[in-house]
Design a protein around this ligand. Structure first.
Ligand code: MF3
Ligand code: CO
Length: 248
């Protein structure tokens, strides 16, 4: 069941979403060779605390961290480590908080130092696929329009869409209906309506779409060792089009 949010509720959701955007922005500026993802995790949780917000992921299905840190061939749900980042890495950072009863959720993938042209292009295409999807988050369209926007943007450019993980509705729960695959057929699926709030999150691989979960039960990696990128925004569908709640 999709829970529609009133204008007032969407306005309340802007606060945790802004916190997430601010903290991801701070994280982005901290990322450089030599920094550890453990340090990034500490920054994220202390910044959430300053804002009286609770980290959404820690303890969620026993996830042991507040920040998902997924370098290189890690797709999502990577765990912070004390291993320093090195120039040439790419790093996906996924963060969520709950504040005043509502969740905000977003992700970015950032270069560490100097990265290859191939890595730069993967990041640019993945981020652009998120914006192509958001452009379709309009009342009267269908969920399949969002899914197929990501898929066609990415596959046309030779990349592949992760199928085993999806975006989601968000509100008083981190994960609500509907599930939002990053592949699908335009015109299919539920009709989009004002009041739907969606966490749209393309996870895009350089090579094959196949992924597996490591023995830590969380870290998702590409099967072929190719790079993977992830961008996510929490987006409200309104009478006036999509509103990106996690935009800085
Ligand atoms: N953005 C991810 C999601 O929406 C983060 C969840 S990590 C988890 O699924 F640990 F909390 F599961
Ligand atoms: Co999410």
């Amino acid at each position: 069941m999709i829970i529609l949010k009133s204008r007032r509720e969407i306005d309340r959701m802007k606060v945790p979403c802004r916190f997430v955007a601010e903290i991801l922005n701070g994280l982005r500026s901290l990322v450089c060779p030599g920094v550890t993802t453990h340090e990034l995790e500490q920054y994220a949780s202390s910044e959430a605390k300053k804002r009286n917000a609770k980290c959404a992921f820690r303890g969620y299905h026993k996830y042991p961290s507040s920040l998902c840190c997924s370098p290189n061939d890690q797709v999502v749900h990577g765990l912070p480590t004390k291993i320093p980042l090195i120039s040439g890495d790419i790093l996906s950072l996924d963060f969520g908080v709950v504040y005043d009863g509502f969740y905000g959720d977003a992700a970015i993938t950032v270069p560490v130092g100097d990265v290859s042209d191939a890595a730069k292009k993967l990041l640019a295409v993945t981020e652009a696929s998120l914006y192509a999807a958001i452009d379709m988050a309009v009342s009267g369209n269908s969920l399949g329009d969002i899914s197929s926007a990501v898929q066609s943007y990415v596959e046309f450019r030779g990349y592949s869409v992760v199928r085993d993980f999806v975006g989601h509705g968000i509100g008083k729960n981190l994960h609500e209906d509907p599930q939002i695959p990053n592949y699908g057929v335009a015109g299919r699926g539920v009709k989009l309506k004002p009041g739907m709030v969606l966490a749209i999150e393309p996870m895009i691989n350089e090579k094959s779409h196949e992924v597996k979960v490591l023995n830590d039960d969380w870290t998702v990696v590409t099967c072929d060792g190719g790079l993977s990128a992830h961008f996510e925004h929490t987006v409200a569908i309104t009478e006036n089009g999509p509103e990106i709640l996690t935009r800085i």
